[in-house]
Design a protein around this ligand. Structure first.
Ligand code: ATP
Ligand code: MG
Length: 424
């Protein structure tokens, strides 16, 4: 985003003009060098938070105790953090002491990985004391300093290492991997929300399978009995589903979660519980399990019917679609087309034919909701001269299904005709 870049440079200029040193740091420098899109730009400076607040019109004291002030420039927020070091980590997670330091190199030293420990000046000069650029070129993840110590200070870094390896398709260097294996039990000090956030980024990156494989091999989440990585449960079909993850779009994330959980032979009902335990939002947990339920229901029907019985298959499809709603059936269709695209040539032709039918059935469903019917409950009561009751709701649902499968046109007269015929 050249606009963001421009505004960020304005922030640097203001700091430098006032006699401070200031750099872009961390993820944005890394992503630029990798040729990846930059989503936000962090700035490190020698200026103390108070000076930063004085220098800029629009500031938010985001984390003064850590030296962080958010500066808003041209509607873009920039996190401006005073050069600092951290020490006396508590609980293998939080630095108890933050101390401001004078130089950028000392600031870079506290950062987790070499590729995240680079700075770029206004003139474009790279400060790269730990050979981050060289590690990017090699495609490796390496800690700044001794991996054992860095993981001992902050156990979340182990999860971040696997996440970055997964998202970038990089490989952890041997020393990092060894330290991770030795230190993995300390992951229990990290809040589940933080692990989940990393897990999300891992699964939604470009190489989810790679990340899952690293998680499995490292047994980092072993303590949590993480259902995401239990290798023993993998069937042949399951392994295929996991491999198909790389073919799924990252958005909406429920496509990948449902595929993963299904690949691990976890049932829809269980999936919802697991996702809630892992602090996913109710929305994500629900939608994920609904896609799985849809799939389970549809597979069951398909197995019980003759493949050639197209008419009965179509009717069953419409019934399931009404039950789960349009949103879920669209998500399922989207997921299904990726899944089929992944499957081998052999069964593909037949599968694709079936999928086309499903898509056509889906597109042809004229109504999904009682509100879309040409008559209301009141119309039924007037026509029949009856009082309402639970039977009315049942009847309306039946009408909806009849219209949805195409047995009765969605017209008032035709529907009332039908009602008169059945309720004598
Ligand atoms: P992205 O935002 O794309 O995930 P990022 O590198 O910007 O990547 P952030 O979590 O936003 O990651 O952190 C910004 C920077 O802060 C990192 O690049 C790294 O230098 C430093 N950092 C973040 N978390 C840690 C940590 N747990 N230990 C050490 N340094 C960290
Ligand atoms: Mg970032």
């Amino acid at each position: 985003d050249p606009l963001m870049q421009h505004q960020g440079e304005k922030v640097l200029k203001t700091l430098v003009k006032s006699g401070h040193s200031a750099y872009f740091v961390g993820g944005c420098v890394r992503d630029e060098l990798m040729g990846r899109p930059v989503h936000d730009m962090d700035i490190a400076t020698s200026a103390k938070p108070e000076s930063v607040m004085d220098l800029f019109e629009r500031t938010i004291p985001t984390g003064l105790q850590h030296g962080t002030v958010t500066v808003v420039m041209g509607d873009y927020p920039f996190e401006v953090t005073t050069f600092r070091k951290e020490s006396h980590y508590e609980d293998h997670r939080h630095p108890a002491a933050v101390e401001f330091v004078s130089g950028i190199v000392e600031d870079l030293q506290r950062r987790d990985f070499t590729m995240n420990a680079m700075a770029r000046s206004l003139e474009g000069e790279l400060t790269d004391p730990f050979q981050g650029l060289s590690d990017i070129r090699k495609g490796v993840i390496r800690c700044v300093g001794k991996a054992e110590e860095r993981f001992d200070e902050d156990a979340l870094r182990m999860m971040r290492a696997i996440r970055f390896a997964s998202v970038f398709g990089y490989r952890p260097v041997k020393s990092l991997w060894r330290a991770l294996i030795n230190g993995r039990d300390k992951i229990t000090y990290v809040a589940i929300e933080r692990i989940r956030a990393e897990l999300e980024r891992l699964l939604l990156g470009a190489y989810p399978l790679r990340g899952l494989e690293l998680l499995r091999r490292s047994q980092l989440l072993h303590h949590a009995k993480a259902p995401f990585i239990e290798p023993c449960k993998l069937t042949r079909e399951g392994a295929k589903r996991l491999q198909a993850l790389d073919y799924m779009p990252a958005e909406p994330q429920e496509l990948r979660w449902s595929m993963l959980l299904q690949g691990l032979a976890i049932a829809a009902a269980e999936a919802e519980v697991i996702m809630k335990e892992w602090t996913f939002s109710n929305q994500v947990a629900m939608t994920t399990s609904q896609i799985m339920r849809f799939d389970e229901a549809w597979n069951e029907i398909r197995a019980s019917l003759e493949p050639g019985d197209t008419e009965q298959l179509r009717r069953s499809w419409v019934e399931i679609e009404l039950q789960y709603g349009q949103t879920i059936s669209r998500l399922w269709l989207d997921r299904q087309s990726r899944w089929l695209a992944y499957l081998g040539e052999e069964d593909r032709a037949a599968q694709l034919r079936l999928q086309k039918e499903e898509m056509q059935w889906h597109l042809a469903v004229p109504v999904h909701d009682l509100k879309e019917l040409a008559i209301r409950g009141g119309d039924v009561l007037t026509t029949l001269g009856l009082k309402g009751g639970p039977w009315l709701g049942e009847l309306m649902k039946r009408l909806l299904l009849l219209v949805a499968v195409g047995d009765v046109p969605n017209e008032k007269e035709a529907l009332l005709e039908y009602v008169k015929a059945v309720v004598k």
